[in-house]
Design a protein around this ligand. Structure first.
Ligand SMILES: Nc1ncnc2c1ncn2[C@@H]1O[C@H](COP(=O)(O)OP(=O)(O)OP(=O)(O)O)[C@@H](O)[C@H]1O
Ligand SMILES: [Mg+2]
Length: 290
């Protein structure tokens, strides 16, 4: 699940030998501080099939995410949430507009980001320790790298399981491994695409707490795509809702909510409860009791 963009490509190259080879190197990747993200009038259209018009998925996305912010992105299925994250990571490029990280345009896979998907994508033949080590930037001195891996394994409570292979651990443990691997790169921006979507309800709550602890220990800007309104309310500073106007195919930003209260938040807070109903009805879920 949690992968940094460049490691994900390296891992996939190792596994399938089909990587794009776009990995950027250099000093930009040496981030250990949270970075700003700016979507500047981003639009993404995909070519139409069989001579049809291009399919415009996202348009007019302008948004500033401040360093260290946790921003949740909600929206109906197909509204372009993953497309937006892919544009930020450089895994995909907007057809118009620009994404800027720390004021510099994203142009190809960006090693200032770590990307995480719903599925863990660990290397099955490597143990947990080695999978985390894979996240270290190239050129990290050995002793420093080992110390960082060990600290991260402790943070995600996997130190005693470091010798196990991915098939020998639970889904939640696999995701914690991926989280540690993403953090090994010290990303300035952590992009999470439904990272807890495949987990049972209890593990999901634990992972949400862990993400808050991690965010505290390793300040980073987080863009979190989720379908779970409660997760967004629990974790985010702001929630962006993507939506389409009637008769339009392209989604844009329908609402931006600032979530009140410091984290960790009281799940039964009344103000959050009201925001929850607004969000659910904005997403087309009928919240009236019958
Ligand atoms: N590479 C692609 N080529 C053509 N169309 C694409 C491509 N990637 C995404 N799309 C289209 O863009 C739209 C948005 O897709 P996206 O995956 O970003 O939605 P999403 O909001 O993440 O949905 P979900 O909640 O189901 O994950 C969809 O209609 C999808 O078919
Ligand atoms: Mg998606």
């Amino acid at each position: 699940m949690f992968l940094d963009a460049s490691t994900s490509v390296r891992a996939e190259e190792t596994a399938t030998d089909t990587g794009s080879g776009q990995h950027q190197t250099g000093t930009r990747g040496k981030t250990s501080q949270a970075l700003s993200v700016r979507f500047d009038n981003v639009c993404r259209a995909f070519p139409g099939k069989n001579g049809n018009e291009p399919h415009v998925v996202l348009k007019d996305i302008t948004l500033d995410v401040v360093p260290g912010e946790v921003l949740a992105i909600l929206g109906p299925s197909g509204s372009g949430k993953s497309t937006l994250l892919r544009a930020a990571s450089g895994l995909d490029a907007p057809t118009q507009g620009t994404v800027l990280i720390d004021g510099t345009p994203v142009n190809g896979i960006d090693d200032r980001c770590a990307v995480a998907f719903q599925e863990p994508r660990l290397l099955p033949w490597q143990n947990i320790h080695k999978n985390v080590e894979l996240g270290l930037p190239q050129g990290t001195p050995k002793a420093e790298g080992q110390e960082r891996v060990e600290r991260l394994l402790e943070l995600v409570e996997l130190a005693e399981f470091a010798h196990l292979r991915p098939r020998e651990v639970s889904g939640g443990m696999a995701q914690r491994t991926s989280l540690a691997r993403a953090l090994a790169r010290r990303p300035g921006v952590l992009l999470l695409d439904e990272p807890f979507g495949a987990l049972d309800a209890l593990t999901r709550l634990k992972m949400q707490d862990l993400l808050l602890q991690v965010h505290e220990a390793h300040p980073t800007t987080v863009l979190l795509v989720t379908h779970d309104v409660d997760e967004a309310l629990q974790l985010a500073d702001r929630i962006v809702v993507l939506g389409r106007k009637p008769r339009e195919t392209a989604a844009s930003i329908a609402h931006v909510f600032t979530v009140p209260g410091d984290r960790p938040r009281n799940r039964s807070d009344e103000q959050l409860g009201r925001m929850r109903l607004t969000l659910l009805s904005g997403l087309g879920v009928d919240t009236h009791r019958h």
